[in-house]
Design a protein around this ligand. Structure first.
Ligand code: HC1
Length: 575
């Protein structure tokens, strides 16, 4: 450790950490735009400049290492003047339409301009004028709001290892974009939306479908059913100022009812159904039937697309189960429609998902009956929050209400799907009970939990030990897939495209600049903890014990992997 001074305060920290990090630790926030801890430490934006005693020039705090005796000044008039100049220059070529911008009040550039007290922009001249790139159903790109911080590129390349973005063109015309400035739909983008989470402005945003949902809600001829992904109940509250990890299930349901949805259901229910199908599929494959091992989980559409682009040889290994979100649509337009005497063509299924890839998944030709799409509209967590605001609901004062039945009944196993490791844990709980003919004494698998990039464990099933692996974030997935390619045997592998699983999805609330510096998995960890708390609090914690799941098999599906189940709940991806 070394001793040094920041703004006259003595600080002791490890030699070599950045001035920005050291200042942050002692409560001094040095503003920045391009910095993402451990991911994008490139000193590019020059917003974090500080004075270093003995150095003629100002230095970028994010890349300047601390050393013994260093004396740093973080807010002298010279520093503030330089920061203002940098931000003014950025703003001089930025489409400043804050009032009608999707990131209004959540934009790091706007926040910075406010913090620095920028009241006018001295620089005028050439401005960019790109068309909006929105040909795909998931992400909209507006280069007129790109500040070239390269955070999208960093997260896409270093965390997800997908490498969609790089600097295109030169000088004033530089943009961070896919090659030849193609639309994201035209390149190997996996639609995960991690770039949207990383973007400090509205240069990358989800493709909204709020207006279409309002229209469906207002149409008396439509019956509008909503499903909420497991993780929404632990993240929506953040948008309304509640601490990370607050469980808001009851208020989430109440808000959806007040928005006018005819039924409010939970994707957790079809997560239980997925487990019934996937656990049986796993047991079949362990017996040498139904497909190769390892069985690869298939509920994360970003992961499916990653597999299709980069590891097509493993497509036959993918579970044939549709994701719970798609199963929900299929069940609603068949089983539920029959029970309620509704015309499936008049049912509109809206899904609230933490995910931009779910928008893509809903548009896939595999996901429907031919007559209808399983899911009609996908709203991200952020879009739902906007609708709640538009409706003038005071979210924090809403009462706690219960999901509707029967598609709102879920076990704790269905809920933990939202955290990395949750799918495997839920499946193993059920597969174990199915093979042992009795419930396990212990159903909590701590080894499947937590935020390590790759987790591995052995589980005893069908008289043999099976090897399980769990990866979250496609960069981590590569590690497991490459080992598989090299011949290492696994039996069951869960892959979620987003770091942390769905709790870290590309449609989740975006933290402001301060928290974004800590791109560590901490906040995802808190969200996941909340899901496990819900699991512990549930009377039923095993998917096969969900009475609504038992009923749907008795009344409609017959048995797992039956003909009806196969027709509605399974699909095939083709290499
Ligand atoms: Fe997920 Fe899933 S858990 S994929 O992470 O299997 O998006 O939350 O809804 O479909 O249930 C997302 C979350 C979600 C599906 C389930």
């Amino acid at each position: 450790k070394v001793r040094f001074w920041i703004d006259g305060r003595e600080v002791v920290a490890e030699e070599g950490i950045s001035v920005l990090e050291a200042a942050h630790r002692v409560g001094i926030e040095i503003p920045s735009l391009c910095y993402l801890k451990n991911i994008n430490e490139i000193g590019a934006c020059r917003v974090c400049m500080v004075e270093i005693e003995g150095s003629k020039n100002l230095q970028a705090a994010c890349v300047y290492p601390v050393s013994a005796g260093l004396k740093v000044r973080t807010s002298t008039p010279r520093v503030l003047r330089a920061r203002r100049t940098v931000v003014e220059l950025l703003l001089s070529d930025h489409h400043r339409e804050c009032t009608n911008c999707i990131r209004n009040l959540n934009c790091e550039l706007q926040h910075l301009a406010d913090t620095l007290g920028i009241r006018n922009i001295r620089f005028t001249g050439e401005t960019s004028n790109y068309p909006i790139f929105n040909k795909n159903p998931f992400i909209v790109r507006d280069y007129n709001k790109c500040i070239k911080c390269r955070r999208c590129e960093a997260i896409c390349s270093k965390v997800q290892e997908v490498h969609v973005y790089s600097a295109q063109n030169r000088g004033f015309n530089t943009v961070i974009a896919p090659s030849f400035m193609k639309d994201l739909a035209e390149v190997a983008c996996i639609t995960c939306g991690q770039c949207v989470i990383a973007c400090p402005t509205a240069s990358l945003v989800e493709k909204e479908c709020i207006d279409e949902v309002w229209q469906a809600l207002a149409d008396p001829d439509k019956y509008v059913v909503v499903q909420t992904a497991p993780s929404i109940q632990v993240t929506l509250g953040e948008v309304f100022g509640l601490p990370v990890g607050t469980v808001v299930t009851g208020k989430l349901v109440a808000s959806l009812r007040r928005l006018g949805f005819d039924r409010v259901f939970a994707t957790d229910f079809t997560a239980d159904l997925t487990i019934m199908e996937e656990a049986h599929e796993l047991l079949e494959r362990l017996e040498g039937r139904g497909g190769p091992l390892p069985l690869l989980s298939s509920c994360s559409p970003g992961w499916i697309k990653f597999c299709e682009h980069f590891y097509p040889e493993f497509i036959p290994n993918l579970s044939t189960c549709k994701s719970p979100h798609e199963m929900f649509g299929a069940i609603t337009k068949t089983y539920f429609a029959q029970k309620e005497g509704l015309d499936p063509k008049k049912i509109v299924v809206v899904a609230v998902m933490p995910c931009t890839a779910k928008k893509f998944e809903a548009s896939r030709p595999e996901m429907g009956s031919g007559e209808w799409k399983d899911v009609d509209f996908v709203l991200t967590t952020r879009e739902l929050a906007r609708m709640i605001r538009q409706a003038g609901l005071n979210f924090r004062q809403l009462p706690d209400e219960e999901y509707d039945t029967p598609l709102g009944i879920a076990s704790g196993a269905g809920t933990i799907f939202g955290a990395t490791g949750g799918v495997v844990e839920a499946a193993v709980r059920t597969a174990y009970a199915l093979t042992h003919g009795r419930e396990m004494g212990v159903i909590d698998f701590e080894e499947f939990r937590g935020i390590s990039g790759v987790k591995e464990a052995w589980v005893e099933l069908k008289g043999r030990r099976i090897k399980v692996a769990i990866a979250h974030g496609t960069g981590n997935a590569r590690k497991v897939l490459d080992r598989m390619k090299a011949g290492e045997p696994f039996d069951y592998v869960e892959i979620m495209a987003c770091p942390g699983g769905c709790v870290g999805g590309g449609g989740q609330p975006i933290f402001g600049s301060r928290d974004h510096k800590e791109i560590s998995l901490d906040y995802r960890h808190n969200r996941a903890d909340a899901l496990y708390r819900i699991d512990y609090s549930r009377r039923i914690r095993l998917s096969h014990e969900n009475p609504a799941v038992q009923k749907i098999y008795a009344e409609f599906l017959g048995a797992p992997l039956s003909e009806t189940a196969n027709k509605l709940l399974h699909t095939h991806y083709t290499p």
